[in-house]
Design a protein around this ligand. Structure first.
Ligand code: GCU
Length: 422
């Protein structure tokens, strides 16, 4: 009997080798797999058969693979120091209050992050919270003139941007995208920060500003092949915001959703995959490099994204440009890393660049991992229907119209959050 159990240990534990990152092969030596890799099969070919193997082996392996070949490695968590720098107790006719906290984190000199926290008033207990990464500064989320204008590099597509500087005209420029009053009326808080505070989204010399240079190892002046790109940096910012919210206790961090649109949806899914505190993950219209498959070349391709936005991923990802079939994962594995937590992929009919159908297939391909872990995933038989939220644990929403965020989207986000957080 004892000999038998030894045999079992040898057969089942030994072949499931967890490779350390340094042992992952160069891209040219990765096997070609034209079909989607099975999320429940380890890099060494062995099958995951127990929850423990998933948690102890496959989950860490997938996290490492995504960082190694695509997004770059996140640095370890760093302590957050926060100070309250502005507040207004009278928002939306007194229904809400807002506060701005300046968060310092990372090595000396890392630029601070300004967090805008909007809280509903008069509720019993602390509210659940949406953490949102914004494109155009905290002052674009509300029309209140008391919110300080963003002073660092400003994203060129924002209304009211003049030569990458925010003008007074940019104030409230995204209020109709954030729908803060609707969020408050539904009993949620909103904690939002500007992505450029963490890393300005500049194609050229990205590693000279934002967080990146402050995390260089001694003697380092350029990014290494597996160092974090901009998407990973924005995700890291979201993680530090959650650290702060846990400490601050004015929202219920056990009921926390993360939301981001487009490139910030890519950061949202990556952040959710790596951080189990994020209970509901909402990457909105994230597309290539986020929610859409890398394989099959529908909409934006891996080659195209790496050419247009070379700073978003690590310096290894472009090696897959013309051989995406060598990727040892596809984006369904990033969803699988969120299991058993709720994930909503939301889309727009006219946004074919983000491959909404391919995204639905990613949810379908992640579903077996949810089932394997003993929870439901995508509702059986569910099909995308315009304007109808599929609100199962793996959720999907597609509405008519274009690539943007509107009130219908927020209604879907809130309904989904009600279902999975309340
Ligand atoms: C471009 C890019 C997309 C990205 C989008 C955005 O369209 O090709 O990958 O999602 O910008 O972030 O707005």
């Amino acid at each position: 009997m004892r000999a038998f159990s030894y045999l079992v240990v040898v057969v089942f534990v030994f072949p499931m080798a967890l490779l350390s990152a340094a042992e992952f092969p160069p891209v040219s030596e990765l096997p070609i797999s034209p079909e989607l890799p099975d999320a429940l099969v380890m890099f060494d070919g062995s099958r995951v058969t127990t929850n423990e193997q998933w948690e102890q082996r496959r989950r860490p392996e997938l996290k490492a693979l995504f960082q190694h070949y695509m997004y770059g490695y996140l640095p370890p968590k760093s302590a957050v120091r926060a100070s309250l720098t502005a507040e207004n107790d009278d928002l939306f006719d007194g229904k809400a209050t807002w506060k701005i906290f300046t968060l310092h984190y990372g090595p000396e000199g890392t630029p601070p992050l300004e967090l805008l926290l909007i809280l509903p008033k008069g509720q019993k207990g602390v509210p659940p919270v949406f953490v949102g990464i914004n494109f155009c500064g905290n002052h674009s989320v509300l029309t209140d003139p008391k919110v300080p204008l963003e002073t660092s590099w400003y994203y060129g597509n924002c209304p009211g941007c003049k030569d990458n500087v925010a003008s007074e005209e940019s104030r409230g420029g995204q209020a109709d995208r954030w729908n803060a009053e609707m969020i408050i009326d539904r009993g949620y808080a909103l904690a939002t920060f500007y992505y450029g505070d963490v890393d300005p989204d500049k194609r050229e010399n990205d590693f000279t500003d934002g967080v990146h240079p402050h995390f260089f190892k001694p003697g380092q002046s350029e990014p290494g092949k597996h160092d974090w790109g901009a998407v990973a940096a924005w995700a890291y910012g979201a993680h530090r915001v959650i650290d702060f919210l846990e400490e601050n206790q004015s929202v219920d961090t056990k009921r926390l959703a993360l939301v981001g649109h487009s490139r910030l949806g890519k950061a949202t899914l990556f952040a959710g995959a790596l951080d189990e505190r994020i209970k509901v993950v909402i990457p909105h219209q994230a597309g290539c490099g986020g929610t859409a498959p890398n394989r099959f070349n529908v909409g934006e391709s891996v080659e195209r994204i790496n050419t247009s936005f070379p700073h978003w991923f690590n310096d290894t990802f472009p090696e897959f440009n013309r051989q995406v079939e060598r990727l040892p994962f596809d984006q369904h594995c990033l969803v699988a890393l969120c299991a058993p937590r709720a994930v909503l992929f939301s889309n727009a009919e006219e946004d074919q660049w983000a491959d909404p159908n391919g995204q639905f297939n990613m949810l379908k391909a992640a579903d077996p991992v949810y089932r394997f872990l003993g929870v439901d995933g995508l509702r059986p038989g569910a099909k995308p229907e315009l304007g109808k939220l599929i609100d199962s644990r793996l959720g999907y929403y597609i509405r008519p119209g274009k690539h943007t965020v509107n009130a219908d989207d927020w209604k879907a986000f809130l309904d989904f959050a009600d279902r999975h957080l309340k």
